[in-house]
Ligand binder design. Structure first.
Ligand code: TYD
Length: 225
C-alpha cells in the first residue's frame, strides 16, 4: 500500500488557504485518494463544536477553555477521519491544525507554551503533520480579504479581533516556521493565486517525494504530445 501523507495549511485570516487546498487536491486526485478537511470541524461532532466556538460561546471562559474545545473537536477529527484516511494510504489536506492552537490561543491569546505542549502531546500524539504550509500575509490585507468574502455578515469570533491580535498571529506563524523548518514551509500569500499554487506544489514535491510524480509538469510526466 502507498504510504499516507498528512499536509496542513496554516496562516492568518484571508490568506487563501481554501483556494490553495482545492488546487492541490485537484492536482493530486488523479493519482491519489485525497481527503480535504478543516479545523475546527471535519466530522459531525467537531462541526458542532466549531459552531459553538466560532459563535463566541467559550470566549468569556478564556483561551484555555477555547483550546480545550478545539482539542475536543481535534480528538474526534483525528479518530474518525484523519487517522483512518492516513492508515488507508490516503493524502489528507487539512485547513488549520495544531499550529492554529499555538498561534491563536497561545501567542495571540496568551495561553502558556507548557499547557499547549501538554495538550498537543495528549491530543495529537504521534499524528503530527508530515508537512505544514504556512501562508504568510500582511494581516491588514488578509482581514480585508476575509471581510470582503463574508459580505455583510458579522465577523466570527476571531475575525472580530484587533489588528494587533492578527499581527501577533502572523509573527507566531512565522516563528513556528523558523523553529520547525523540517516540517514547515513559509509561503508568500501576497502573490497571485497561480504563483502561490506554484510555490505550494514546489514545496510538496520537494518535501514529500512520494507526491512529486502527480505534481510534475505535464512534459515530465511524459503525457505531453
Ligand atoms: P475559519 O472560518 O475556518 O477561518 P479561516 O477561513 O481563516 O481558516 O475559522 C476558523 C477560526 O478558528 C479561525 O479564526 C482560527 C480559529 N482557530 C483557533 O483559534 N484555534 C484552533 O485550534 C483552530 C483549529 C482554529
Amino acid at each position: 500500500m502507498t504510504s499516507g501523507a498528512f499536509i496542513t495549511f496554516e496562516g492568518g485570516e484571508g490568506a487563501g488557504k481554501s483556494t490553495q487546498i482545492g488546487r492541490l487536491a485537484d492536482a493530486l486526485r488523479p493519482a491519489r485518494t485525497v481527503t480535504v478537511t478543516r479545523e475546527p470541524g471535519g466530522t459531525k461532532r467537531a462541526e458542532a463544536i466549531r459552531a459553538a466556538v466560532l459563535g463566541g460561546l467559550a470566549r468569556p471562559h478564556g483561551p484555555f477553555a477555547e483550546a480545550l474545545l478545539f482539542s475536543a473537536a481535534r480528538i474526534d477529527h483525528l479518530d474518525r477521519l484523519i487517522r483512518p484516511a492516513l492508515a488507508g494510504g490516503g493524502v489528507v489536506l487539512c485547513d488549520r491544525f495544531m499550529d492554529s492552537t499555538r498561534a491563536y490561543q497561545g501567542a495571540a491569546g496568551g495561553l502558556d507554551p507548557d499547557t499547549l505542549a501538554a495538550l498537543e502531546r495528549v491530543v495529537v500524539g504521534p499524528t503530527r503533520p508530515d508537512l505544514t504550509l504556512i501562508l504568510d500575509l500582511d494581516p491588514a490585507a488578509g482581514l480585508a480579504r476575509a471581510r470582503a468574502r463574508a459580505g455583510s455578515g458579522a465577523p466570527d469570533r476571531f475575525e472580530g479581533e484587533t489588528l494587533a491580535f492578527h499581527a501577533r498571529l502572523r509573527a507566531a506563524f512565522r516563528a513556528i516556521a523558523a523553529a520547525e523548518p523540517e516540517r514547515c514551509v513559509l509561503i508568500d500569500a501576497a502573490a497571485e493565486p497561480d504563483a502561490v499554487e506554484a510555490a505550494v506544489r514546489a514545496a510538496v514535491a520537494a518535501r514529500l517525494p512520494v507526491l512529486a510524480g502527480p505534481l510534475a509538469p505535464d512534459k515530465e510526466r511524459g503525457d505531453a504530445a
